[in-house]
Design a protein. Structure first.
Lengths: 266, 637
């Protein structure tokens, strides 16, 4: 069922239950957000995607990422005075949390914040030399991608309040991590990184985790985490025999076969 | 004993009445956590020993908390045909004396008599059980009567109706007081819709703090579609100083179970949970026992009272996170996930526990339900104000003479609670403010002391009902320091999920620390105000949204006190250590040397009978000298 929503004076027809942020972005109306991803359940942690929703005479400021359109004719403002003022302060808070993060500074510029009036709380929170941890904004995209999209639940939040952080269980090597790198890909601040060491290990230092890589049966180089390939094999058994070589070798092999086949055909 | 009919229940009641009012002496010890913390277990043991020693024909039982916690340990003696006598501040030695006097046929322990009770009102059916006929024996006539003691005179105990009157481990005594009759009425005479209608008409609102109409909540849940439905009791009470849920669970667990069964029947749930903090071991133990009893007696299980309706209740223990009192975090925690809130755009009544329609009510609300069903909506809605019906339990604590749990009709004024029930401010000081609603409530100044207490009125003055915490503050309380204390508490208890609450509260604490430590500059109050409003408006859940209340309310009512800290670098209440110093007035000092002896930092020098002096460099500003000086010679400024 479609419902009408008026966003900044423009009427949108939205499937019932769609969250506002998704509906707006699809209609070309941008709302800033750092913790939202279309493939994942809305979370509502960064508090940047605030909008003002009015119904009759009542209006309130709320996050658009998790606000489902359930009623006909709600009016939404993405840039009312109270939205802009509140969002600006939230942005300043994030900037004070991680003043050294370029992606956060870029988002700040986008919402019109050039500097924060708040002092940085980073040193009080963590060892000052641990830049990666300092710059994590706790958006939870990594945790949610790992749980919802990958199904591994290899990482989670630990502790609470000012001490909240993303961590592997007990801060040791996560046995459930398959090394897929979805957390790396989805991280908006770039604090989660991974590197493949020549000895056949993929390292995710932010998560204290290392996973072994598989050596290609063709060219002999390490090409993908064993656990990830094992997972794919488990889901689609028929592809198992193709997972012993790297993608390049597979293509090359396919290319050789194709050339032979063409030659024979000719 | 399995109850299958109203006749069975009547029979059980008769038996229970014999347990409550035996034909021999009954000695009762208040054994809720408050009593035990004051030494009730030792008192109980001493009584048991003395009863054996003197071969007294008496039955010793534990009862719950009767409310006036500061007088604990409390012991009650009920001899057949006589008033029930309450003894306060009991000790093992006094217990021995009491029993030996009883053995000699006398009323012992006269110096510890707190009051007498002539009759009990059985609230569930409005009947009165008199302990004796005619006038009280002459020797008892001068003992103050329970209902006329200041602490109790203006109270109306509905949720606390049985607390301190029955043995919480005895289902018979609960039934004797009319327990489970409301359930029988609901299941046999009323349809689920009738039950919901009755609750709706009663005007009962959620006692957890938000005040959502209970009947409407149940109706939405009943009408929602779901393969299963659940009822949950929220017993995750975490406000500092508030303990009414604990008291109900410890003193009258069956009232909550009965309310939950009625609610489950109304909304169509077959499974229920109580979420209670693991730090309440006695509440957990008594509630768990009560569930087992209710199952054995046929009030819970596959076939409740032979009606075919079934319900099971499980106990889920919380790990001590304050935020798990928030409904969505509580549900997540029961599911085994991290206890953190999610947005409530879709209510739990439609999608709650395991995404099924769920009715979540506070322990106090559930405990009130049987009364509403039993006495009817009209009776209940006659109590209270236009929009807030019935009674509310408050934990009256702080600088007040009588501390304890008080239950009062909605609409009573703060003045009546603090001065009539609470007996006024302790130590002859002046009232400065009262904070209601727990750590995220607001501080209400003396100017609003005549405010009638209900959900709307408290919100109008910038506070809230909350769980019913009520902290009374005297003129030696610094409101900036109070704001900082509560913000500190909430920083610790924030789950940290959302930016506004996690980062905003920490920045608010920075401002407050600057002010209380003498670094406040001009304009800081405007910045603090703006930030507090953003935290209020942009937080994900009600913990964050209400966390700025202590700051916003003190900025509203005590702004000049903030300004004194900033402009004059002075703490008018003499609390903020960075801004105060202690001095000894040489004129008033008699040279008694007491302050010098007590000073932990050895900062006070002086010889006997001569004025003493405090060395400001060594002084740690603990205030001990100020407290101990009998001549008012120590000044703080």
């Amino acid at each position: 069922m479609k419902l009408a929503v008026i966003v900044d004076g423009k009427e949108l027809q939205v499937e019932k239950g769609t969250v506002l942020l998704k509906a707006c972005r699809r209609a070309g109306i941008d709302i800033p957000a750092l913790c939202y991803h279309e493939a994942l359940e809305p979370y509502g942690s960064c508090r940047l995607c605030l909008v003002e929703v009015s119904r009759g005479t009542r209006s309130r400021v709320t996050t658009s990422c998790n606000y489902p359109v359930l009623r006909e004719g709600e009016t939404v403002s993405t840039c009312s005075e109270s939205v802009l003022r509140t969002r600006k302060v939230v942005m300043e808070l994030l900037l004070a949390r991680c003043p050294g993060s370029e992606p956060v500074r870029e988002m700040a510029r986008k919402v019109g914040v050039s500097k924060t009036r708040f002092p940085s709380l980073a040193p009080a929170r963590l060892a000052a030399d641990d830049e990666a941890l300092v710059n994590c904004i706790l958006c939870g995209l990594c945790v949610r991608a790992c749980e919802e999209a990958i199904g591994a639940s290899a990482i989670s939040f630990a502790d609470r309040g000012p001490n909240r952080r993303v961590a592997s269980p007990f801060d040791v090597n996560s046995a459930a991590c398959i090394g897929c790198g979805a957390c790396v890909a989805v991280c908006p601040t770039g604090v989660i990184r991974m590197e493949d060491a020549p000895e056949g290990i993929r390292r995710l230092p932010f998560l204290n985790t290392e996973v072994p890589l598989r050596r290609c049966g063709g060219c002999g180089r390490f090409f993908a985490p064993e656990a990830q390939l094992g997972g794919v094999h488990g889901k689609v058994p028929s592809v198992g025999e193709h997972l012993v070589v790297c993608a390049d070798c597979r293509r090359r092999e396919f290319g050789v076969q194709t050339a032979r086949w063409k030659a024979t055909a000719r | 004993m399995l109850i299958r009919s109203l006749q069975d229940l009547q029979k059980a009641r008769t038996k229970g009445l014999r347990s409550c009012y035996p034909d021999r002496t009954r000695i009762m010890v208040g054994m809720a956590t408050c009593g035990i913390a004051s030494g009730a277990a030792d008192v109980h043991a001493a009584l048991a020993k003395a009863i054996r020693k003197h071969s007294v024909k008496a039955r010793l039982t534990a009862i719950g908390c009767i409310g006036i916690c500061q007088e604990e340990p409390l012991v009650d003696v009920l001899e057949p045909g006589r008033p029930r006598i309450t003894y306060h501040r009991m000790t093992p030695a006094a217990s021995e004396d009491l029993v030996s006097a009883l053995a000699a046929g006398k009323t012992g322990g006269k110096e510890r008599i707190f009051g007498r009770i002539d009759a009990e009102e059985i609230l569930m059916d409005g009947s009165v059980h008199r302990y004796f006929d005619g006038a009280p024996p002459r020797s008892f006539a001068r003992i103050p009567v329970y209902g006329e003691i200041d602490f109790y005179r203006k109270q109306m105990r509905i949720a606390l109706r049985h607390c301190g009157f029955i043995d919480p481990d005895s289902i018979e005594e609960y039934i004797a007081h009319g327990g489970y009759f409301a359930l029988a009425k609901a299941l046999t005479e009323m349809s689920p819709e009738d039950v919901i209608g009755e609750i709706e008409r009663s005007g009962l609102r959620g006692r957890g703090g938000a005040g959502f109409p209970t009947g409407l909540k149940w109706k939405t849940c009943r009408e929602a579609e779901g393969a299963a439905k659940y009822v949950i009791a929220n017993g995750d009470e975490g406000d500092p100083g508030a303990y009414m849920d604990r008291s109900i669970l410890e003193s009258d667990p069956h009232s909550v179970i009965e309310g939950m069964i009625i609610g489950a029947y109304a909304v169509g749930a077959r499974e229920g949970f109580i979420y209670v903090r693991a730090e309440y071991p006695m509440a957990v133990a008594r509630f768990t026992r009560a569930i087992a009893q209710a199952e054995e007696w046929g009030f819970l299980g596959a076939d409740v009272l032979g009606t075919g309706f079934g319900l099971r209740i499980h106990v889920s223990k919380g790990g001590g996170a304050f935020v798990c009192g928030e409904s969505t975090a509580l549900i997540a925690s029961i599911e085994g996930r991290i206890g953190e809130p999610r947005a409530k755009h879709i209510h739990a009544t439609e999608s709650g526990l395991w995404d099924m329609p769920t009715t979540l009510n506070n322990v106090e609300t559930w405990g009130t339900v049987p009364v509403v069903i039993s006495r009817g909506a009209d009776w209940y809605s006659a109590i209270g104000t236009e929009k807030s019906k019935g009674t509310k339990v408050f934990s009256l604590v702080g600088k007040v003479k009588n501390t304890g749990l008080v239950e009062v009709p909605m609409g009573i004024s703060l003045r009546e609670i603090i001065f009539d029930i609470g007996g006024g401010i302790a130590g002859g000081r002046d009232l400065k403010a009262v904070q209601t609603g727990g750590p995220s409530g607001g501080c209400i100044p003396t100017a609003h002391i005549d405010l009638p207490v209900d959900y709307e009125k408290l919100a109008e003055v910038g506070s809230m009902m909350g769980s019913g915490g009520m902290i009374v503050m005297d003129d030696r309380t610094c409101m900036v320091d109070v704001a900082r204390y509560f913000v500190d508490f909430l920083i610790d208890e924030s789950c940290g999920k959302c930016t506004a609450c996690r980062e905003g509260l920490q920045q608010m604490r920075r401002f407050l620390a600057d002010i209380t430590e003498g670094r406040g500059t001009e304009g800081v109050l405007e910045e603090l105000q703006e930030l507090a409003e953003v935290v209020r408006d942009a937080s994900l859940c009600q913990l964050g949204a209400t966390a700025p209340n202590p700051v916003l309310s003190t900025l509203r009512y005590f702004r000049s006190e903030y300004e004194a800290h900033i402009v004059e670098k002075r703490c008018p209440a003499g609390v903020c250590k960075a801004l105060i110093h202690y001095t000894i007035d040489a004129e008033k000092c008699t040279g008694c040397t007491l302050c010098g002896k007590r000073c932990p930092a050895a900062a006070i020098t002086g010889v006997r009978k001569e004025a003493h002096v405090i060395d400001p460099a060594t002084c740690i500003k603990c205030g001990v000298c100020f407290e101990v000086c009998r001549f008012d010679a120590v000044a703080v400024g």
